[in-house]
Every structure is written in C-alpha cells, then in structure tokens.
Design a protein around this ligand. Structure first.
Ligand code: SF4
Length: 442
C-alpha cells in the first residue's frame, strides 16, 4: 500500500529548508504522496529514507519498454482507474498475431507491417508483431521469427517451449522482444531464458491467484520486467480479470500484479474480436493482440486508443501559425480557425477537398474548439487581431479579407474594427467550406 503524506513526512529531514520549492517538509510530503513531485527534489533526504521511499513511490504498475532504437514501446506506469482521474500514461500497444505454420505467413507479415496511419497530425500504427509457435516445431518458429524481424515492428515471441524460445529469441534479442509463454509448468526454464538474454517475460496464469504466485517466483528468479496474461476464457471474464488486476495493483498496492497486462481477444478478425479488443484498450490492457485485421478495423481500434490516451486536461493541439494549403497565391483566401487538432484537421481536410489553395490562420485557443474558445474568451477580436498581426499575412496578400467560422459571426463587426481587415462570415460547419470557397469566395 502506498505511504500516506504523514508517513512520508516522518522519513523526511523535517528542517523546512524550502530547497525543494515547498514551504515545509509536510507540504512536500503531501505532494509526494499524490505523486505530484519526485523525491529527488529534496536534496537532503537520507539514504535510508530514500530507499524506503523509492520503493513506495515507484508506480503501482511497472513501466516495461519493448523494442530498441527508434522502435520502442513503453507501457504500464498507470496510476488511474479512470482516465478523468488524471490521465492514462502510456498507450496500450496493439500487436498483430501470426502463426508460424500459416501458409500465408509472408503476406500476413506484410499486411501487419502496413498498419500505419496519420490521424489528427499524429502517426499511429500497430507497433507489435507476435509470432505464435502454433506448429510446435522449434525450427519453424525460429524461421518465422527471423522473417518477422525483417519488418519494422517490435516482436513478441509466443511459445511455451523454453528451448524453442531460446533458439528464436537469441537471434533477435538486440531488438528487445517480449518472450511470451511462461506458465506454472515451465516458469523456471522460461525465467532462465529471459534472464540469460536480458529480455522481459510474458507470464500466463490460469486466473489472478496463479498469476500473482508466478510473478513472485519469477521475480525471485531474477526477472523483473514482466507482462501478465490472466488467460481469460471469455470477453466478460477478460473485462473482469483486467479490472480486478488494475484495482488490486492500484488500490491494494499488490506488487505481484503491478505489471502491464497482455491479452489476446481471439476471434480471427471478426467484428467481435475488434469489439473485445476495443474493450481491452479501454480497460486495461498493456498490449492487445489481434489477428491481422483489415485496415479499416485496425484504424478504428487505433483511433479509439488515440482518443483514450490523451490527457483530458490538455486537448491535442496544433501549432498556432499560418498553414499554406496548396499552391497559395496573393489572392488566396484566409480562413481562421483554432488550434484544437480535431477542429484544425477537419478544416484542413475540407480546404484540401475544395482544391482552392488557401491560408489557414490558426489562433491559439489553448486547444479549444471554436464555440468553446469563444465562450471562454480564448477567441476574441483582440486575440485574433494579435494572431493576424504576427502572421505576416499582410505582406503575402494583395487583399485584406479574413473568413471567420460562422459560429463566431457575432464578433465580425468588432473584429473588423479591431484588425482593419474585411471580415467575411464563413460557414458554421466545416463540411460547407468547399462550396463556400468555390461560390461565395469567388
Ligand atoms: Fe524538507 Fe527536503 Fe523540502 Fe528541505 S528540501 S523543506 S528538507 S522536504
């Protein structure tokens, strides 16, 4: 169980020296208990207290990083049951699982490696590729793993055969894959392989009690980085197991379950598999493995993950500046919008669809959409005028006209007086921008 502020206070120097930036040691202790500050901000903490506090202040769910170089994925380190409590920290990894004896292995690997998208300005992808030893043959497993290693994905090697694991993992260990397949029957041999190769271990337990027992034994055998799989037999059990694991780790401080979870919703690409995967992304998988899905299904899953793993207090934003869409000229129109990513990319998409080269002036509204920003005084005639002046647009254009979103038509008069530009009221909905640019603007 995590220490309370008072328990932490008792371990601090109690000199109230303020070097940590807090007026008293008690205030620092309270902030530390709420994980708002790191212990190293107090330079005078004793070694003994540091060791006691370090273990207590470690995140209740360990962060485990897979991959190497530019291909890394860190998951875990979660502190919340509900995203709105603060935020979820590290996006759940999404992986495509393939069988080593699949006659279509080559095309499946190619398909898995093609699951890359750009959405609201961010590159998203299925980062992981899991090779399953369905053949039961060590040579076939190694051969499939070697093929998978030629893609740009992070590997998961799934077999319950320690010899097959060692042979396949040794050749690709530089890429820091996950060795996935420790069970109650093989954990000693699997732990030895993971320890020797310096790789994290995926642990399968039949239920939470067995998992808890296994992780303690494996930790005792010298492997600290683990993923845990409760081997849930149904979507309902999966939701229940993942929720219980998260609760026990966060609320009861159960360190033996403080590892990211790995799950395989199963279902061979069906919609049910995608629905179950979506549930696991939301609650509370560290890695979800799916069969090679069509692109549209994968995009839906990744868009969901992208939405869940944003900070609810910090909307995704684009840089506030002028964006040139197409081959802009001095007579190109200027459209105003906010720096909320979803708003900006919706406007950008419609401007592109119009094929009318345009400037988009993005004003800083702290990531709020148009109406919210207007209501919160983050999009005012003064702030828009400031953005216009800083934009340098005046020197690029032979007109002084700006198109504002229809939702803020009410500020058109004041804005015109403030900035000295002719203010045109554009459509309310972005979907009407193409016809506006082709008809009204012309
Ligand atoms: Fe107390 Fe350490 Fe902060 Fe000084 S730096 S006030 S000793 S917590």
């Amino acid at each position: 169980m995590a220490l309370t502020g008072l328990q932490i206070y008792k371990l601090l120097p109690k000199t109230n020296c303020k070097k940590c930036g807090f007026p008293t040691c008690l205030a620092f202790a309270m902030a530390l208990a709420q994980k708002k500050i790191a212990l190293d901000k107090c330079p005078d903490v004793s070694a003994e207290a540091k060791s006691a506090l370090d273990s207590e202040s470690a995140p209740p769910i360990m962060k485990v990083t897979l991959g190497a170089g530019e291909r890394t994925l860190g998951v875990g380190e979660e502190t919340e049951l509900f995203r709105h409590g603060r935020r979820f920290e590290n996006p759940c990894g999404i992986g495509v699982a393939v069988k080593d004896n699949d006659p279509n292995l080559d095309s499946l690997l190619k398909q898995a490696a093609s699951l890359n998208f750009t959405r609201v300005g961010q590159n998203i992808r299925a980062e992981l590729l899991c090779v399953r030893n369905a053949s039961g043959n060590a040579a076939a497993f190694k051969s499939a793993v070697d093929k998978a290693a030629k893609t740009d994905r992070i590997l998961i090697l799934e077999t319950e055969n320690p010899e097959a694991m060692k042979a396949a993992a040794a050749g690709v260990k530089a890429g820091k894959p996950l060795c996935y397949g420790a069970t109650a029957q093989n954990w000693q041999a699997m732990a030895a392989v993971a320890k020797e190769l310096g790789l994290p271990l995926g642990v399968k337990g039949k239920g939470i009690d067995e998992l808890s027992d296994l992780t303690q034994k494996i930790k005792g055998a010298g492997v600290s980085e683990m993923f845990i799989d409760p081997c849930s037999p149904s979507p309902r059990a999966m939701l229940s197991d993942l929720t219980q694991i998260r609760r026990l780790a966060l609320k009861k401080g159960e360190r033996s379950l403080g590892y990211p979870a790995i799950v395989s919703p199963g279902g061979d690409g069906t919609l049910m598999e995608m629905a179950t995967s979506a549930m696991c992304v939301a609650k509370y998988a560290g890695i979800a493995l799916v069969s090679a899905p069509e692109k549209w299904k994968a995009l839906a899953l990744m868009a969901l993950r992208q939405n869940i793993y944003t900070d609810p207090q910090k909307p995704i934003q684009v840089e506030a500046k002028v964006y040139e869409i197409g081959d802009v000229k001095p007579d190109s129109p200027v459209l105003l919008t906010t720096n909320f990513s979803l708003t900006y990319f919706t406007v950008e998409g419609e401007v592109e669809a119009s094929r009318v080269p345009s400037y988009i002036l993005v004003t800083d509204t702290e990531g709020m959409s148009v109406l919210t920003a207007f209501a919160a005084d983050k999009m005012t005639p003064e702030s828009v005028t400031k953005s216009l002046k800083a934009s340098g647009l005046e020197g690029k254009l032979k007109h002084k006209k700006i198109i504002i979103p229809g939702y803020v038509a009410v500020m058109s008069g004041t804005l015109q007086e403030e900035c000295g530009w002719e203010v045109l009221v554009g459509p309310r909905e972005a979907s009407a921008i193409p016809s506006y640019l082709k008809t009204v603007w012309k």
